[in-house]
Design a protein around this ligand. Sequence first.
Ligand SMILES: Cc1cc2nc3c(=O)[nH]c(=O)nc-3n(C[C@H](O)[C@H](O)[C@H](O)COP(=O)(O)OP(=O)(O)OC[C@H]3O[C@@H](n4cnc5c(N)ncnc54)[C@H](O)[C@@H]3O)c2cc1C
Length: 173
Amino acid sequence: MVTNYLSVSLYGLLCLNCVHIVYLYNFIHISNFAITIGELSCVCDYVWLMKALQRLIWPDEIRRLHPLLNMDLIQAGLYNPADGHVDPYSLTQALAAGARLYGATIRQGTSVTALTQTGSGNWVVETDNGRRLEAVRVVNAAGLWAREVGQLTGLDFPIVPAHHQVCLTLGPS
Ligand SMILES: Cc1cc2nc3c(=O)[nH]c(=O)nc-3n(C[C@H](O)[C@H](O)[C@H](O)COP(=O)(O)OP(=O)(O)OC[C@H]3O[C@@H](n4cnc5c(N)ncnc54)[C@H](O)[C@@H]3O)c2cc1C
């Protein structure tokens, strides 16, 4: 959720919503279990720190925002008035083109297999094709696999992928 907010802000800055790659709309992350309501409240607390616009909403407001939704099991929702969807292929290509423009080299089909810090504080990055690179900084952007990549440095990030349901609504206007 925080990442969505930061991504949407970045896409606006890059004007990707002007070129039909990013589309903005309202979003409700719905919940029918007490445990996930706790999870949504927790998300609300930390996105508030990021100045994101999300808030917890209850069945009356969900019904008002999405009158066609079957509310039988729905107990709460996380409402975000500034979410959206992207064309993932175009977005990935746009970000890759921008990175290359600023000097990045992208090596596809290459996995990082070891990360070792040298005495000078630099990192030696080893990959599955036998290549070794030295870097001043390493960014762990491995998504679902961030925990495994973190473990290559001896850090164990408490990251656990989880399934959820969402529904989309028209904006208030
Ligand atoms: C089925 C599914 C549906 C989803 N639907 C939505 C949705 O509707 N809306 C939404 O906002 N989010 C959705 N998500 C979540 C969204 O995909 C992720 O939040 C987003 O892709 C994370 O982007 P990322 O760049 O951080 O990581 P990722 O897109 O996961 O990219 C991580 C990259 O790291 C690479 N990698 C992993 N290990 C290594 C390694 N050792 N060496 C080198 N590279 C490595 C992987 O190959 C991958 O390319 C969905 C996720 C899934 C799985």
